[in-house]
Design a protein around this ligand. Structure first.
Ligand code: ADP
Ligand code: 5GP
Length: 202
């Protein structure tokens, strides 16, 4: 895949990833959010095609079976299926945009096998604060909160696999950290597993 950067962002649910991303995307031109497909039901206020492509299980399976051109990665998260469309990512990268994938740890590992993403993990200051934020958002039932908190423990254990770690304690600092990472990655000359530098130096 050529073109713009592929930015993979992961965080335990309720950590503040959407809030941070919204502010960074408002400030930095050239970033495009990749809209995932999911079998999850929309939450109040979520718009089909903007937050997710909300699809039936059969539609999701049909795209998943169309490999390698269907999904760049897919995973079951909190009991629902989620996937990133190859076509969508290629279209945005081809237009020269940097593409942001908001995906989980399993998805990040799959993307790494097929592309060269910049991977960023956003962590909460503590599990207690994560629980407060999840409850404060008011979008989950008690059972869903318990499931998401349980998954958060497992996800936090994978934070070390990412290129960058941002702790979302103060929102303004977390926004500044993400902005800075993207700006630095846009200036980076060496990329790829061989660490080779292009260009010439006489
Ligand atoms: P995610 O996208 O990671 O699931 P959200 O962006 O929806 O999380 O944030 C979850 C809740 O936490 C929201 O109510 C949001 O306003 C709040 N929040 C986000 N960042 C902070 C922060 N740094 N301090 C306090 N509350 C925050
Ligand atoms: P939510 O249901 O709260 O929107 O998202 C739940 C989790 O699914 C989050 O961790 C989010 O990053 C992840 N997720 C969203 N879209 C995708 C996707 O396309 N692929 C993968 N692997 N995870 C996704």
């Amino acid at each position: 895949m050529a073109g713009g950067l592929l930015l993979v962002l992961s965080a335990p649910s309720g950590c503040g990833k959407t809030t941070i991303l919204k502010q960074v995307m408002r400030d930095l031109p050239g970033l495009v959010f990749s809209v995932s497909h999911t079998t999850r039901q929309p939450r109040p206020g979520e718009i089909n095609g903007e937050h997710y492509h909300f699809v039936e299980t059969a539609v999701f399976a049909a795209i998943r079976n169309r490999q390698p051109t269907g999904f760049l990665e897919w995973a079951e998260v909190h009991g629902n299926m989620y996937g990133t469309s190859v076509e969508e990512v290629e279209r945005h990268q081809g237009a020269g945009h940097d593409v942001v994938l908001d995906i989980d740890v399993q998805g990040m590992a799959q993307v790494r096998q097929r592309a060269e993403p910049v991977t960023i993990f956003i962590a909460p200051p503590s599990l207690a604060e994560l629980e407060r934020r999840l409850r404060g958002r008011g979008t989950e039932s008690e059972s869903t909160i318990a499931l998401r908190l349980n998954n958060a423990r497992k996800e936090l254990a994978c934070a070390g696999a990412y290129d960058y770690l941002i702790v979302n304690d103060r929102l303004d600092r977390a926004v500044e950290a993400l902005r800075s990472i993207i700006i630095a990655e846009r200036c980076r000359q060496r990329r790829g597993p061989d660490g080779q530098q292009g260009g010439w130096c006489g």
